[in-house]
Each structure stands twice: as structure tokens, then as C-alpha cells.
Design a protein around this ligand. Structure first.
Ligand code: PMP
Length: 372
């Protein structure tokens, strides 16, 4: 068996140890004579698996008693509708920070439910940096939002397509806002600690740092439960899901089981502190390779570069196809940039080992030499 280095943005590479354990337990989970996939979600065996996964996440992210953890479905895109339906009672608008494709999509969907005020955006070029390739300055937000009555302020902590990651600016101002902060952390959750005093709601799809697609994570401040609008579907109502321990209806049982194994793996490695240090080490290596070369360019402002998704372009775009096929021949796959931006993108989530990034940078240097 030979596995490739998979740089997919998601569904993404998973820890090999987790896949092996899942394979071993596939037919017969711990002597019970059945697969996790075949268990009733209400059985004692599955209850143990579920509670273990939930505890794993709570431990890793130090989630306090003030917040509830919900395992839901619908993906982060589903959350673009589910969140407004759950938080809009008594409000007619929310504030949005646009930093790229995903945050834009969120604001657009919100407009079906209320007024989406884009209060800050990176839509205009900033000096040498093009629109979408930097984090806008949040310094003036506190003053400009002072007299506003918004249900919440939404931002996307890591723009998976543009490769732009926040640097804590929103957290720094959160306590001065009169309304809660909602963040999409689909592509960088578990890569850094989260200060829960600053986050009313964090959500994300699982298929990057958590596990397989199919489960959607919601961590919500308990005081925000019970703000849903009348026609919010019960299966998607946070209060109902919370009251029923994420079992109001059948949860994505197998995806949650794998997530639990991923949490165990991450704990063994050293938890979120380890993930953060690794993300720093891996992304620094890749960005240095790009910056040191005459052939590759990162379009993102250096201080706003994502540690999870690294887009880069080749000096000669006509070599893109050859770059991708030569890379694939070396077992380096899924490097093509998102269709909306082109170029290349290497996603280097927690489960991508340093060796994988090293192999990519060695290939990139050789390719540059070859075509020079
Ligand atoms: N937000 C971000 C930041 C994402 O990276 C993605 C998926 N790539 C989504 C939202 C959409 O997630 P899903 O496909 O699970 O709905």
C-alpha cells in the first residue's frame, strides 16, 4: 500500500493511525460483534462513543460550561441559513465582515432572513495586495457599530479559498461590542486555542481538521439558545438539539465516531498547542520556499497568510498542468487552486505531517530548476 500526500482543501487527509484503527474496528467494534455504522444511536455502545467524542472536543478546546457543543448536519453552508433562523428573534439585521468567498456566501444567504450589513470588507485592492488577499483593519469597528442593533457580527476566521486568516483582531474587540460574535471556523478549528469569552457561536464543517464530511460542529453560548424564529425547523433548532443532546433525530453516527478517534489522536500528539506549533512550522517552511523563489508567488499579505491553506501562483501559468502532473507522479496530489482563483493551493491541516510539506517544497524547488 502506498498513500499519497493529499493537499485537498476538504474532505482532507486524515491521520493514518485513525484510518487504521477504524479499519480494525470496522466489522466488530471492541468485541460487540457489529460495526459502529450498524449501531442504534440510542444504544449504550454508541452513547459511549458519542460522549467520548464530545468530551474529546471539550478537552481539546477547553470549552467552558457557558457553551454547549452540538453535533449537527447540513455543513457550514447549511449553517448560513440555520444560524440566522436561530438568532434572529427580535432583530432584523446582522453585521458581516467580508474577507472572501465563504464570508460573502454567508452574508448573501442571510439576506433571505434579514438585512445583511457588510460593515467591513477587503473588496478593494490595498496597495500591492489585491482584493481578497488581506484582512481589513477592524480598528474602527467598535465605534462604527456602537449605536447599532444587530443580532450578531459574523466573520470567517480562515478563508479556505483565498488563504486569508484572521490574526485575533475580532477577538480583541469582541468584548466592546453590544452583540455576540459568530465565526465560521470550518478550515482552522483545532489549529489554535479559542478564547470563549469572545465567541457567542463557532461553527464548522468537519471535513478538514475534525473528520469525515457529514457532521457539522456548533459551539454556542447557552444564553443564545431560544432566539429562533417561528418557522425554524425543529431538527435545526439549536435549543431543541441542545435539549436532546444532539439526538433529537439520528446524528451522523459514523462521522462522529471518526471525529472522536481524531480527537484522541490529537490529544496523543499534544493537543491544540501541538497543532498550533506544527501549523506554524509547516506553513513557515512552505511560505519560505515560495518567498525565496523567483518562480512562485503568494498573493496574500504576509501577516494575513493562512496557516492551513496556502495558495500560490507560478510565474508562467502555462506550466500549471505540467506542475500538477509532475507533482502527482511524485505522490503529491490535490494541489490545484480553487476554480474561482486559479493557480495552486496546498491545504496543510493538522493531519498533514511535516514530511508531506517537506516533500512538496523539495518538489517545488526541483520543478523551478527544471523549467528555469
Ligand atoms: N466555510 C468555509 C470556511 C469552508 O472552507 C467551507 C468548505 N470548504 C464551507 C464554509 C462550506 O462547508 P460545507 O461544504 O461543509 O457546507
Amino acid at each position: 500500500m502506498s498513500r499519497v500526500w493529499n493537499f485537498s482543501a476538504g474532505p482532507a487527509t486524515l491521520p493514518e493511525e485513525v484510518l487504521k484503527q477504524a479499519a480494525e474496528e470496522m466489522l466488530d467494534w471492541r468485541g460487540k460483534g457489529l460495526s459502529v455504522m450498524e449501531m442504534s444511536h440510542r444504544s449504550p455502545e454508541y452513547t459511549e462513543i458519542f460522549e467520548h467524542a464530545k468530551r474529546g472536543l471539550v478537552d481539546l478546546l477547553s470549552i467552558p460550561e457557558t457553551h454547549d457543543v452540538l453535533f449537527m448536519q447540513g455543513g457550514a453552508v447549511g449553517m448560513n441559513a440555520i444560524v440566522p433562523m436561530n438568532l434572529l428573534r427580535g432583530f432584523d439585521a446582522a453585521a458581516f465582515v467580508n474577507t472572501g468567498s465563504w464570508s460573502k456566501k454567508t452574508a448573501k444567504e442571510f439576506a433571505k432572513y434579514g438585512r445583511a450589513d457588510v460593515v467591513l470588507s477587503n473588496d478593494a485592492d490595498l496597495g500591492q495586495f489585491k482584493a481578497g488577499s488581506y484582512v481589513p483593519d477592524c480598528g474602527a469597528l467598535v465605534d462604527s457599530l456602537k449605536s447599532k442593533k444587530y443580532a450578531y457580527l459574523h466573520f470567517c476566521d480562515n478563508e479556505t479559498i483565498g488563504g486569508v486568516e484572521f490574526n485575533g483582531q475580532i477577538e480583541q474587540i469582541a468584548s466592546q461590542l453590544a452583540f455576540p460574535v459568530v465565526s465560521d471556523m470550518s478550515s482552522n478549528i483545532l489549529s489554535r486555542p479559542i478564547d470563549w469569552n469572545c465567541h457567542g457561536l463557532v461553527y464548522g464543517g468537519a471535513q478538514k481538521n475534525i473528520g469525515p464530511a457529514g457532521v457539522t460542529l456548533v459551539v454556542i453560548e447557552k444564553r443564545l439558545l431560544g432566539r429562533s424564529i417561528d418557522h425554524c425547523p425543529s431538527a435545526f433548532e439549536f435549543a431543541t438539539v441542545a435539549e436532546n443532546g444532539s439526538m433529537y433525530n439520528t446524528p451522523p453516527t459514523y462521522a462522529i465516531y471518526i471525529a472522536g478517534l481524531v480527537f484522541d489522536w490529537l490529544k496523543r500528539k499534544g493537543g491544540v498547542a501541538w497543532a498550533q506549533a506544527e501549523a506554524q512550522r509547516k506553513s513557515a517552511l512552505l511560505y519560505k520556499t515560495i518567498d525565496d523563489s523567483q518562480f512562485y508567488t503568494s498573493p496574500v499579505r504576509p501577516e494575513d497568510r493562512s496557516k492551513m491553506n496556502v495558495p500560490f501562483v507560478l510565474a508562467d501559468e502555462s506550466l500549471n498542468a505540467r506542475f500538477l502532473s509532475d507533482a502527482a507522479n511524485r505522490g503529491l496530489v490535490q494541489l490545484k487552486g480553487h476554480k474561482s482563483v486559479g493557480g495552486m493551493r496546498a491545504s496543510i491541516y493538522n493531519a498533514m505531517p511535516y514530511e508531506g510539506v517537506l516533500a512538496l517544497t523539495e518538489f517545488m524547488r526541483e520543478f523551478e530548476k527544471e523549467v528555469a
